[in-house]
Design a protein around this ligand. Structure first.
Ligand code: ITT
Length: 203
């Protein structure tokens, strides 16, 4: 049954770029968002290198158990064919623990300096999980195909957006802006699918 009641959902992420996009993608839902800024003693979550699914579920479950509220998490990454799928699950820390977005981007560009444009195919992937306090959870995924540019361009977004040119576009994700990104991104696809599945259970 669908009602108009507002529900609280915690976003289990410390990535401000992600948080902003999640809120914007789901802005048509009647949700009061909570983040790590609303809680004391937020747990530190060690991510594995096994799969996006395992990481997304671990983040959502840990924070749902901590907050006792419905919790949304996602794990995402950039897979580059020339680099045999790297940085993939290691995307956030590709240039080492604590690395910045710029350092990660620079590492990719250095490794790809001899790669011609035609072979620069890549995709962003996202696995999203909504975990409920009754231990029921929902999972979905999304991907966005594209190519890796030769140099960074654009200011919006985060992570690898300045070097990722989505399929069908001539500009990078950081140049097309958040509104356009949220129509085509891996995150938008995963979240829209997820909320189509869960809306009957939580709203
Ligand atoms: P949380 O675990 O706290 O959510 P995180 O940044 O560590 O934050 P992930 O482990 O899922 O999250 O790593 C995702 C990384 O993949 C992210 O830090 C970027 O480097 C990259 N990435 C994912 N989605 C992206 C996007 O839409 N645009 C650019 N880069 C993205």
């Amino acid at each position: 049954m669908c009602t108009n009641k507002q529900i609280e959902i915690v976003i289990a992420s410390k990535n401000r770029g992600k948080i902003k996009e999640i809120k914007s993608i789901l802005s048509n839902k009647n949700i009061r968002w909570l983040t790590y800024l609303d809680f004391k003693d937020w747990p530190k979550i060690e991510e594995s290198v096994n799969s996006y699914e395992e990481n997304a579920l671990k983040k959502a479950k840990t924070i749902a158990n901590f907050t006792k509220k419905p919790t949304l998490a996602e794990d995402s990454g950039l897979e580059i064919d020339y680099l045999r799928g790297e940085p993939g699950i290691k995307s956030a820390r590709y240039a080492g623990e604590g690395s910045t977005d710029l350092e990660n981007v620079q590492k990719v560009l250095n490794l790809m300096k001899d790669c011609p444009f035609i072979e620069r195919t890549a995709r962003f992937r996202c696995v999203a999980v909504l975990y409920l306090p009754n231990d029921k959870f929902f999972m979905s995924q999304g991907k966005c195909e594209g190519k890796i540019d030769f140099s960074p361009n654009g200011e919006s977004g985060f992570g690898y957006d300045p070097i990722f040119v989505p399929e069908g576009h001539s500009y990078t994700m950081a140049q097309i802006g958040i509104e356009e990104k949220n129509k085509i991104s891996h995150r938008a696809k995963a979240l829209k699918k997820l909320f189509r599945i869960v809306s009957i259970d939580i709203f």
